[in-house]
Each structure stands twice: as C-alpha cells, then as structure tokens.
Write a protein that binds this ligand. Sequence first.
Ligand code: MG
Length: 368
Amino acid sequence: MKITGINVFQVDLPLKEGRYAWADGKYVEVFDSTVVEILTSDGMSGFGEVCPLGPFYLPAFGAGARAGIGELAPHILGQDPTEVQKIYYLMDRALLGHPYVKSALDMACWDLAGKVVKRPVCHLLGGRFGDSVALYRAISQRPAAEMAENVARYRAEGYRKFQLKVGGDAGDDIARIRAAAEVLQHGETLVADANTGWLAADAIRVSNAVSDLDVYIEQPCRTYEKCLSVRENIHLPFILDENIDGLDMLLRAHGDRAMDVINLKISKVGGITRARQIRDLCVSLGIPMTIEDSWGGDIITAAIAHLAHSTPEAYRFSSTDFNSYVTVSNAGGAPQRVDGTMQASEHPGLGIEPDREVLGEPVARYVS
Ligand code: MG
C-alpha cells in the first residue's frame, strides 16, 4: 500500500457557548480546524485533524498547519502509510520541529493502519482498558458566580471533573476557585488552570489562599523554571501542560519532581505516534495524564478516545470531548458523551466517517 494523494480541508468550528476565554484575556469564538485525507493505492482513505487553540496558545496556527502539510506531502507520497514510525522519521527529516503540522498526517496513518488490519486504533495502541473514559469540562473564564453556575450546568450534563480557566487577576481567581469549590460535590475533581497567565508571586498567592480546598493547580506560569519555583512553594497537587511539549521535557520535569500530573495533548507533541511514546513512559514512571488535544472536532475527539481508552485507568486523570463544545460536526461515528464519559469506537481505524459536505472542496491537493 502506497500513499497516492493527500487532500487538505479547512473547517470552521464555532463554539456553542459563543466564546471560549482563558488566561490573559485570550479567547476564541470560531476554531480553525484542518482535516487531512490520505489516499492510498488500495483505494482506502485515512483521516486526521489538527486544531490549534487560536494562534496564541501554543506555537501553532491553522494556516501554519496547512502550509506545513504542503511542505511534508512530497516526502511521504509513495510511502506505506501503515509504517507509522517510518513515516514519522521521514517527516522529522523533512521538517525540523513543528510537531502540530505532523499531527494530522500521523493521525491519518494510524486510521489507515487500523483499517488495514480491521481493528480500532485503541487496540493497536495497547488494548481497551475499562468500559469508558471519564471526561472533564473546561469552564471558560467569566466572573466567579457565572463559572460556579457553569460547573453546576455541566454537572447536569454528566461531567464530574471541571477545569476552571483562571490566570487572570489573582484576587478574581481566588474568588473563581472558591465559588466553584463551594458547588463541588463528593467525588468530583476541580482543576484551576492558569494557562501560563500568572506571575510566580501571584501563583503562590492564589495557591496559598485556596490551600484549604481540594483543587489542582495547572501550569501557573509561562516558563518551566517559574512553574518549578511555584511548585516548591505550594502544597496543592500540581499539573504541567504547556511546558511538557515532548519527551525531553517530560524526563527533565520527572527528574525535578516538577509535577504530579501532566497534560498530554496529541498535536502539542506531534501526533499519536509521539503521544503514545510519552503515554507509555508516563505509565512506566507512574505519572497520570489528562489525555486530549489543543482543540478539535469529531476526528480529534475520536483520536483522543483511542489514546485514552488504551491507557490503564489509574493513569487517566481525564480527557475531553471537544466535539460537544462546537456547533459543527465534521465526521460521523465519533464518540458521543454519555454521563460524562466517552468510548473509543469498536470500528476499524479511528471509526469515523467524515462529512464530505462539511469538509467541502480540498483547499490543497498533493498527488504522487
Ligand atoms: Mg492546561
């Protein structure tokens, strides 16, 4: 089997809530998602998706993904897409860095690898652990009372894990965390994610002011060193996200005892191949993970479900069903949330069938 063509599609994903806001006044109203279709000599198609959280969350943006895929396409045309490690090696040789650009192509190769052997991707990634994957809901940054209301609202939809978007004014953030903690119920999980928005002193102030609460602190500051200094000065459980952008940083942070949990985003580390490597290492090292992506539609939600469902349950801190946040569905067959959980598809590959009308005409085509 050879790659004979690559089609690239652009899909806008508007938010049901209208706006998703996080640290430092940043927000997105319509996500710019890129879907790739890898066509093969056997007449099969594999699909992948990459959807940055705007152009200012990670070093990634929608048009950059599409330009980068054009750069990589000539280097993987004619190759066997089911040789996922070899494809990744070729992509790394052709383009230094830019992990998010490689993510959708890698995802499409995994979709094909599953379709060829007629097994779901989660089986190829190690097997299916447990019945379902527990999900968290991101609570967009708003005034404290509204965020507490949204915790209650999303609990009514079945979620038991909540990630508050903080990283604003320290006093406001203390109020946000306290208001949400007040409505929390037994067995629920609360995370305060500053998304790099705090200076170290504010991170320590906020963490100390809520140290009587059952709450995790996530990625308080921009740099790893600042996060480490906060970690050394607070007692709350600690999650690193933005700084854990690959294997090197995971190993360094593990050696420094810099976190209790990491956030593993598929496109942040460069696709399923790289995420699997980090996931397996985290299991060996005893590090639980939020397994997700920066954002996405149905195809990314399916990929998250396969990676999460193939992870031992003790190491699954949480995951996300991004397809429930947006008004547009780009594929059928993707996981649909039930009682705050989702399941990886039992069908071959990612188990999704793209909606051709939503995808529209390709914005770019590459052929061998
Ligand atoms: Mg985070």
